[in-house]
Design a protein around this ligand. Sequence first.
Ligand code: HEC
Length: 519
Amino acid sequence: MKSKSLLLALTATVILQNPLGAHNPTWTDGIACIIYSHCTSCHNENGIAPFSLMTYDDVYQNRYSIAASVQAKSMPPFPASTRYRKYAHANTLSEHEIDDIVDWVNNFAPFGSASDIPTPPTYTSGYQLSDPDFIGQIPPYTVTSNSDVYRMFVIPVNNSVQQTIKSIEVYPGNREIVHHALVFQDTSTKPLTLDQNDPLPGYAAFGGTGSPSSKLLTVYTPGQGAFNFAPGFGAQMLPNTCIILQMHYPGGVSGQVDSTQIRIKYGPSTLRDVNTIAALNHHNTLTNGPLFIPANTVKTFYNKQNNLINRTLTGIMPHMHLIGTSIRAYCVTTTNDTIHLIDIPEWDFHWQYFYQFQKPILIPAGSVLYGEATYDNTDSNPHNPNNPPKDVSRGEGTEDEMFLIYMNLSNYQPGDTSIVIDTSGHYLHDASCFQTSGISENSYEDISVYPNPASDKIFTQGIIGECRFTLFDSEGKTILTGNTGPNVPVDIRHLTTGTYYLQLRTPKQEVIYKKIIRN
Ligand code: HEC
């Protein structure tokens, strides 16, 4: 067949040009497994991602944008730097997996041998907590806006005695629209009053619950399953507690209905209490407060907490609103050792996780906790809700800001730092897939293109020497090829507006994809 021999000839050329590409993954041998293990929990027919990646055709169609997003580490979404600190149950790709995806795209995305095909995962219902002690459900709620909606729902537990929460599962009623959820507990009547004052189910609120006595329990993000406190730990729940779910429904889902469930498993009262507190916060630990970011400024705030006793830290969750751009926390001990806790170099309000450590961390007595957070209140911040920018101060509203670093803290006991929460270092692969091991980071994100969006010329930064480039449109059609380098821009003036993918082949034979918007 003529077309087949042409394809073989092309493939042979690529292999000759790319002697470093020792392993040539195919869809059935390698790629499907990576996608099924790391992507399809959101990218399935009913998932929250805008398109499915369940089949070869789906992935083939989106191959350039997949290559660009895995190299940029924007997908799977995991904003914390795993160079700074490693976490339990972290859905990140290893360098090896990123390379496999990119090599596969470069080699014309071969299907491979049908006999190797792994079984696709199924995403029909199925609770992880099959025998919970408490089940609550929010009343059916119809989203009435095409912008992002944040809504609080109050679920009374009606527990007459104190209980210890071991696991919490947020089970989305409509997986297509439940972007994420914050779970709080509260013993006051304030949330119920707020709910009663709002004619629709639940009530509107943004950052917090609107009740000062609410305590954060955990955060749900899609694909996560049940949240289990570290082995031996749990959260005490006082009598007559209400659970409050803050649901985030993304833009563009008006008219859709959700009725999310919460399932709670209790443990023995001997479980050690986990106190989830904002140990670093904008109320009383800011060193250059108050939290106020004047219009058209970029400002960094610093946070400090001392007078600590020995504490065991099992998890951490930073929280800011929309104009926050980066946030970090660390601890300095009395012997001047620095313990890295978390670094989110590019804050994304939509992807907030409660990060659990691989093993609990001892915060030794006398240590000082530090936090740093930067806010960009200029019009060059695409997430700024105000254009032109307005002064921003601390508060609960969408357009206010926060600086909170929640921590799961318990009293320290010897042996705590040997407890294993999850040290596998890698998200478990789907059952029918092989396991790739080891996580290492690469430097693709150090190579950038600017300006982007652009309408004139695009420069590359971070590459030494010139490289070959190919520009693809969103359908994968080649639009332009040539050479580019630090002083040799890619001219895009004649292109129509839209999304493009720039493939760069560096002098070191690395292949890098960047998403480009022509505006
Ligand atoms: C936790 C859910 C989740 C996981 C896991 C996930 N995605 Fe996504 N993905 C999304 C959502 C939601 C969007 C839509 C954009 C957004 O909200 O960030 C998206 C968008 C994308 C896009 C479009 C990006 C763009 O620039 O427009 C690509 C490509 C993509 N995902 C690929 C992947 C791949 C490949 C994986 C696995 C390696 C993956 N995603 C894992 C939720 C997820």
